[in-house]
Design a protein around this ligand. Structure first.
Ligand SMILES: C[S@@+](CC[C@H](N)C(=O)[O-])C[C@H]1O[C@@H](n2cnc3c(N)ncnc32)[C@H](O)[C@@H]1O
Length: 241
């Protein structure tokens, strides 16, 4: 069951994460008349940029978190059709030319099924451009979490480029290409950043009274000033014609 995110906090402290998605959109070519889908749109900041890039197209946006969907609808108004759905059950209203996704897929364990749903939503020849957390992501933060919890359980799927390319091909994509690069993300509100963008699934498993002390104990174990060392997994692929 996907998390319901604290959408207001994410919009405030998640600007460093959104900047990584902006970078991906900036390097992506679009004609301007495509039907596009933002898969895991969050509060809709990147969807708004995507919409500006397709003035003669149509924009769809989907997210599993009710609070994110509410904020995205407010942010986007008439510019996009936004709905609440788990991407593992994705059903787009019509076949799309282009799927974009940022900072979302590492929250989804079953990439085989995810990629099949995305392939089914694309027109033949349609494009997929994605960035999410990949192998090696937030290694120091994961070590601090395990130290505090005493439990190796983590909610993320930080996949390798090799596994990702193989899964994309198996799901019916051609020209699949995946690669990693590192991007440090700082925050001047590290505790809120940790609670909002990283620890949500861990905190959800704890009683209310233990959540703040857990997050603080993780933060106390990290180097100062706080920097999240994000290892981003990028992927691009085309749906088989
Ligand atoms: C870090 S936010 C990224 C939001 C936005 N793409 C951005 O870059 O700002 C991750 C988003 O993924 C969504 N998400 C996680 N698992 C999901 C799933 N299985 N189906 C749909 N959305 C999911 C969350 O609800 C959340 O809005």
């Amino acid at each position: 069951m996907p998390l319901d995110w604290d959408a207001d906090s994410y919009r405030r402290v998640g600007t460093g994460i959104m900047a990584l998605g902006h970078e991906v959109l900036e390097r992506t070519e679009l004609r301007g008349d495509e039907i596009v889908l933002d898969a895991g749109c969050g509060p809709g900041e990147l969807t708004a940029e995507l919409a500006a890039r397709v003035p003669d197209g149509r924009v769809y946006a989907v997210d599993a978190s009710p609070r994110m969907v509410e904020l995205a609808r407010e942010r986007l108004g008439e510019r996009a059709t936004v709905w609440e759905q788990d991407l593992l059950d994705l059903e787009a209203p019509e076949p799309v030319d282009f799927i974009f996704s940022a900072a979302t897929f590492h929250w989804i364990a079953d990439h085989e099924r995810l990629f099949r749903r995305l392939r089914a939503a694309l027109k033949p020849g349609g494009r997929l451009v994605v960035q999410c957390g990949g192998a090696g992501n937030i290694a120091a933060i994961r070590a601090a979490i395990e130290d505090v919890s005493g439990d190796p359980w983590m909610p993320w799927n930080f996949a390798t480029p090799q596994d990702t390319e193989a899964r994309l091909c198996a799901a019916g994509f051609a020209d699949a290409c995946a690669w990693l690069y590192e991007r440090p993300v700082a925050s001047d509100e590290p505790l809120v950043f940790l609670k909002t963008a990283i620890l949500g699934a861990h905190l959800e498993r704890l009683p209310e009274a233990e959540r703040e002390p857990f997050a603080q104990a993780v933060l106390d174990r990290l180097d100062k000033p706080f920097v999240a060392r994000y290892m981003r997994l990028n992927m691009e692929a085309k749906a088989d014609a």
